[in-house]
Design a protein around this ligand. Structure first.
Ligand SMILES: Nc1ncnc2c1ncn2[C@@H]1O[C@H](COP(=O)(O)OP(=O)(O)OP(=O)(O)O)[C@@H](O)[C@H]1O
Ligand SMILES: [Mg+2]
Length: 284
């Protein structure tokens, strides 16, 4: 039988930013199969957004790293994936409707056709009635939903979602998670998803990669063998809680490392001591 190639495969990928210089990523290896939902979780600053920028083709990795899409090594990856960056990047001079059709327009779809298609989705995203508003007049959560709608309308097989629900309250977040799963199950996209929220990662994913503190590399990979479709009540089940416990331990270790590193940068002579002890006020 012919082996199906991974939809996305990252091999030995490193990234050094010349300012500093900062080694952001170090020999990252990961993959996503076609139709798989894969999450990345790791401490702030470990290089998750950098990795997405590289996969989307917006940044160049260091020499030696390789990225395969649909089994082929790609140097120019622009246009292969629908990317929702961490910042929503809505264009302030366009209405929400015209913001969400951007991808379709770039692909040459007539504006009237694109608008018709997009308008049908507004109620699903809780944005009905806001079609003609400008981004400035929307809350952070509404802007994120608009950005997600735009990403889905890009209609690419691969979706890169960088903390798409980070600014949402927990109720809206839960509704959007279920909505995203519905879209994913219907269209069978391959999704790479960044989140800080462990429960969100478990609820949504087939597999989860845990990254180390900077320089980011893959520390662990966990399968999530929970049945689908996933019901919100699943979060209190024993298997869910078991996976959560493993992830919490892995992440706690890395978050402490990241925090210690920050402390070293701020006050090199006082590692391990709380600020109040190590940095007494100079002018009491
Ligand atoms: N354009 C850049 N120039 C220099 N350094 C950068 C640049 N972009 C990111 N970095 C550095 O690379 C590291 C990784 O940043 P990145 O934004 O990828 O982290 P992250 O894991 O997405 O963090 P967060 O969870 O806070 O979003 C950080 O130390 C950051 O300061
Ligand atoms: Mg980020």
């Amino acid at each position: 039988m012919k082996k199906v190639p991974f939809k996305v495969q990252v091999v030995n990928l490193s990234k050094t930013f010349s300012s500093g210089p900062i080694l952001a990523l170090q020999k990252v290896n990961l993959h996503a199969r076609e139709g798989e939902f894969v999450s990345l979780i790791g401490p702030s600053g470990c290089g998750k957004s950098t990795l997405f920028n590289i996969i989307a083709g917006l940044l160049k990795p260091d020499e030696g790293g390789e990225i395969y899409l649909d089994g082929e090594r790609r140097e120019d990856r622009r246009g292969f994936s629908a990317y929702m960056p961490q910042k929503d990047l809505l264009l302030p001079w366009r209405t929400i409707l015209d913001n969400v059709i951007l991808g379709l327009e770039i692909q040459g779809v007539k504006k009237s056709v694109a608008r018709k298609e997009a308008l049908a989705l507004f109620p699903n995203f809780g944005l009905a009635g806001f079609e003609k508003n400008y981004p400035d007049s929307l809350s952070g959560g509404m802007r994120q939903r608009a950005a997600l709608m735009r990403t889905i309308l890009f209609k690419k097989d691969i979706m890169l979602l960088d903390e798409p629900f980070g600014a949402l309250d927990s109720m809206t977040r839960s509704i959007m998670q279920q909505f995203l799963l519905k879209v994913w199950e219907e269209f069978r996209k391959t999704i790479l998803f960044v989140t800080h929220d462990i429960e969100e990662a478990i609820f949504l994913s087939d597999r989860i990669y845990v990254m180390t503190a900077r320089p980011g590399t893959i520390k662990a990979e966990l399968s999530v063998p929970l049945p689908r479709p996933r019901d919100p009540h699943l979060v209190t089940s024993a298997p869910f809680v078991g996976i959560k416990r493993i992830l919490l331990d892995l992440i706690q270790e890395e978050s402490l490392k990241a925090f210690e590193e920050m402390s070293v940068v701020r006050c090199p002579s006082s590692v391990g001591l709380p600020d109040s002890v190590s940095n007494p006020p100079q002018n009491p």
